[in-house]
Design a protein around this ligand. Structure first.
Ligand SMILES: *Cc1c(COP(=O)(O)O)cnc(C)c1O
Length: 463
């Protein structure tokens, strides 16, 4: 499989290079040159398989010959042995037509582990054969950071720098990063919001001198491998609930558009999905774009679902590329406009195409709290605020005869503040995190100035 850039101006790469490089040299994102197809017969064969086997079959065409079959199977098994549920991502029933897909049984209690644990394995496999050392730099709205740290904490080949918006993530999220206590792991508290952190990371990627000097690698969802690892659970959940005979819909709590784009890819590969519901909190740029065609940044709001407090959704670029018939020059034009004017307008044809696959809904803070409460009362289940946003949006788009699957993206104990406000319950943390409030925190503070961040990083890796 070869990979091409969404802006049409970068060289084609292999999976290995896409994994290691992350962002394309023209500022675009890599996508596969063609979407591999999974036939109806193959899909029927998925029924009853375990998560690891489905993962292998779904991802094999994307990784091509980068890893041998035996190695790849082994990496998948090691990655998901860190999950504390036998099903890896279990399905739970809310009603006979609405299900939760729990993606938070990995080491850092959010869905980011599903991709990151496997990415850690893939990096180690590639790096142990060469003698290079890499620098992983990522921005986090709360969950990517700890997931990346957990994936690389035992690596002898990687230094990991995570930029997070100071004061804008939950205390548990922060402590998961600042109490990691490893000499190759560096949490950086940036005086800014997530979009500032994301812009800093992008700027470092676009600085080829710096990039080469530190051997920079990205594991944000701009890295194709992240999205790829997430495709699996759409297949896993849908086939467990009757696909390919039945068509299902998904409601996806959305920030950077990575997770829901993985659902779109599953559909393009042949999985019968009816609606992909983009569920956003009050930071609703995607909902506004779907409703009006206008994609425009607004003031970023702090909500009880901080992992979705994002204005510029990086992976939206990938779906625009598809909706624009893969015309990279068009995507380029739009993103130039975004940089200069702070927004762009989609033409009616593109908008129509987006609406074929996607529905959208923005859920208010009040509605989120009400949903947490009502799910607790009627099902005895406490959900995290992101999941509540997904459930609320799902309710709006439920259709008789089509099962709806809401992605449960994080463990409720990661957001005790939200649980307390909504339901007056403080969910207990799983055993391995019981002492998290007692541990000493270590972090680096930085301004949102690019030069400062670069200096912090350069100082700590001397080569
Ligand atoms: C990252 C995250 C999201 C948003 O996922 P995207 O891929 O950025 O759209 C939603 N919920 C939780 C808990 C997350 O950590």
């Amino acid at each position: 499989m070869r990979y091409i850039s969404t802006r049409g101006g970068a060289e084609e790469l292999s999976f290995e290079d896409v994994l290691l490089k992350g962002l394309a040299t023209d500022g675009g994102l890599y996508v596969p040159k063609v979407w591999p197809q999974i036939s109806l017969t193959e899909l029927e064969g998925f029924v009853g398989l375990d998560y690891q086997e489905i993962a292998y079959r779904v991802m094999k065409p994307f990784i091509d010959k980068t890893f041998s079959s035996g190695d790849f199977r082994n990496m998948i098994n090691v990655a998901y042995s860190s999950f504390n549920h036998d099903d890896v991502c279990p399905l739970k029933e809310l009603s006979d037509s609405h299900f939760l897909l729990e993606l938070f049984h990995g080491p850092t209690l959010a869905f980011k582990d599903v991709a990151m644990q496997l990415i850690g394995q893939m990096f180690d496999q590639l790096l142990k054969n060469g003698n290079s050392r890499i620098t992983v730099i990522a921005a986090t709205s709360g969950d990517t950071g700890s997931a990346a740290m957990a994936a690389f904490k035992n690596s002898s080949y990687a230094d990991v720098f995570i930029l997070f918006p100071e004061g804008r993530i939950s205390e548990v999220q922060r402590r998961q990063m600042t109490t990691m206590d490893r000499s190759n792991i560096y949490p950086i508290a940036v005086a800014g919001d997530f979009d500032d952190c994301q812009a800093l990371v992008k700027a470092m990627f676009n600085d080829s001198q710096f990039k080469d000097k530190v051997n920079l690698t990205g594991v944000n969802s701009i890295n194709w491998a992240r999205v790829m690892c997430q495709i699996t659970y759409f297949f896993y959940a849908a086939t467990a609930l009757g696909a390919p005979k039945e068509t299902v819909s998904f409601s996806v709590p959305t920030g950077n558009f990575g997770d829901i784009f993985a659902g779109y890819v599953a559909k393009r590969m042949g999985l019968p999905i009816d609606r992909l519901v983009i569920a956003t909190n009050e930071n609703d740029i995607l909902n506004r774009a779907l409703e009006t065609g206008i994609y425009r940044k607004e003031h970023l709001m702090k909500t009880m679902s901080p992992s979705m407090d994002i204005q510029v959704a990086s992976n939206f670029e990938r779906i625009l590329f598809e909706s624009l018939d893969r015309r990279g020059e068009k995507v380029n034009e739009l993103f130039d406009k975004l940089n200069i004017d702070g927004g762009f307008v989609l033409d009616s044809e593109t908008l129509k195409r987006l609406r074929v696959d996607f529905s959208s809904c923005s859920v208010s803070e009040e509605r989120t709290a009400v949903t947490i409460n009502s799910v607790l009362k009627s099902h005895g289940r406490l959900v995290c605020p992101h999941t509540a946003v997904g459930i609320s949006a799902a309710q709006k788009f439920s259709r008789i005869g089509t099962k709806m699957i809401t992605l449960a993206t994080a463990h409720p104990a990661k957001f005790p503040e939200a649980a307390k406000i909504a339901s007056n319950i403080i969910p207990p943390l799983p055993k391995n995190y019981e002492d998290i409030y007692l541990k000493k925190e270590t972090l680096i503070q930085s301004t949102k100035n690019l030069a400062d961040v670069k200096e912090i990083i350069s100082e700590r890796i001397d080569r």
